[in-house]
Design a binder for this molecule. Structure first.
Ligand code: CU
Length: 120
């Protein structure tokens, strides 16, 4: 009786770990792509991000000199602000190419700050 219970517990543990191991590959829809992006001197670096459709794009955005934001319109509707010297991290699924820009109004030159998300 006791042996059977132990056996079932072991089997359960084995099946659970097998499922956990199998699930990432089985359910993954897009590859996670990580980018470190800097906003500095009224420019984004890099100014162009290239990914495949359905990739999960993970951005670590740092505003170096003054506050900047990473903003995208279209289907994305993202506006992530970082203060000077600070970093924000966020992610989204790539659905189509879109321009990104800084939407802050503290300095006129932020209007000229933009980059490009290219989705292939
Ligand atoms: Cu800015």
């Amino acid at each position: 009786m006791k042996k059977t219970t132990l056996g079932l517990v072991c089997l359960g543990a084995f099946l659970t770990s097998a499922l956990v191991l199998a699930s990432p590959a089985a359910t993954a829809q897009g590859t996670v792509r990580e980018f470190n992006l800097r906003g500095d001197g009224f420019a984004f670096a890099p100014g162009k991000i290239e990914v495949q459709k359905d990739d999960i794009v993970k951005i670590t955005f740092t505003a170096v000199d003054i506050p900047h934001s990473f903003s995208m319109d279209g289907p994305y509707r993202i506006a992530k602000r970082a203060n000077a010297g600070q970093t924000v991290t966020f992610e989204f699924r790539a659905t189509g190419s879109e321009r990104f820009y800084c939407n802050l109004t503290q300095d006129e030159r932020c209007k000229g700050m933009h980059g490009e998300l290219v989705v292939k």
